[in-house]
Design a protein around this ligand. Structure first.
Ligand code: SF4
Length: 238
């Protein structure tokens, strides 16, 4: 058993990295000051994943990248890096839902908002869904190269769609992705929709935004940049 597994079973969090204050780069809060708590581990394996150091141990050092931490220590870090918004991301943070619920309560007690970035395959426990929490749900399309049954979980998407606490963000790599989004929107009543171009360099993100803008507006959706990439390229810690 790894030390990370032991930590998770003991109610601690397995952290990938803590950074901020910086800017939220994606979705409705893009441009807002935020501190980030990135948790390690993911239940999916998207080919274009921009944070492979959270889960892809074939080419990343698990021991170096996983940091078991007590929840009070993560909360203390957050208090010493204050921001009006805390973003909890991954990997897939809801894999650690029990300890995460304790941390979310601590963060909300500071008066800050909390955004939890999830791939939308897992149902969050009620203890995580308090006032002040928004879920940035990013269901994966065929472009992530995984079977539909692995990346789309209807019950979880239905829950988020009905929660009034979720936005739905899709990573687009090709024009046909937009029809796939429209199908998911219809099937699971997903609203509001945010479309984001894939890319870890500013030139790719900018080209994606320019290519998508007209069609996104025509479909009545929202378009989000990857502001951290435009500002800092692919540097970690932003
Ligand atoms: S769900 Fe997110 S963290 Fe997991 S493999 Fe896909 S892009 Fe990477």
């Amino acid at each position: 058993m790894t030390s990370a597994t032991t930590a998770a079973r003991a109610g601690a969090l397995v952290v990938s990295e803590l950074f901020g204050p910086t800017l939220q780069g994606e979705g409705p809060s893009a441009g807002r000051l935020a501190s980030f708590i990135r948790l390690s581990g993911c239940n999916l394996s998207c080919t274009w994943c921009d944070t492979p150091w959270t889960w892809r141990w074939s080419d990343h050092d698990r021991v170096a990248e996983q940091h078991p931490m007590r929840v009070p220590d993560v909360a203390a870090w957050a208090l010493s890096h204050p921001a009006p918004l805390y973003v909890i991301t991954g990997g897939e943070p809801l894999l650690q839902a029990r300890a995460l619920a304790v941390l979310v309560a601590e963060l909300l007690a500071t008066g800050a908002r909390v955004e939890i970035e999830t791939n939308g395959t897992l149902l969050p426990p009620a203890s995580i869904c308090g006032k002040g929490v928004t879920f940035n749900v990013s269901p994966k399309l065929g472009n992530a190269a995984m079977p539909l049954r692995r990346r789309i979980k209807a019950a979880a998407l239905r829950f988020y769609a009905a929660s009034g606490q979720a936005v739905f963000k899709f990573v687009v790599t090709r024009p046909s992705d937009l029809d796939e989004i429209a199908e998911l929107e219809r099937a699971h009543r997903l609203r509001p929709i945010w479309v984001m171009p894939e890319g870890t360099h500013s030139s790719a993100v900018l080209a994606g935004l320019q290519g998508l803008a007209d069609e996104v507006v025509a479909r009545g959706w929202n378009l989000t940049p990857r502001l951290h990439v435009l500002a800092w390229e692919d540097a970690r810690g932003h």
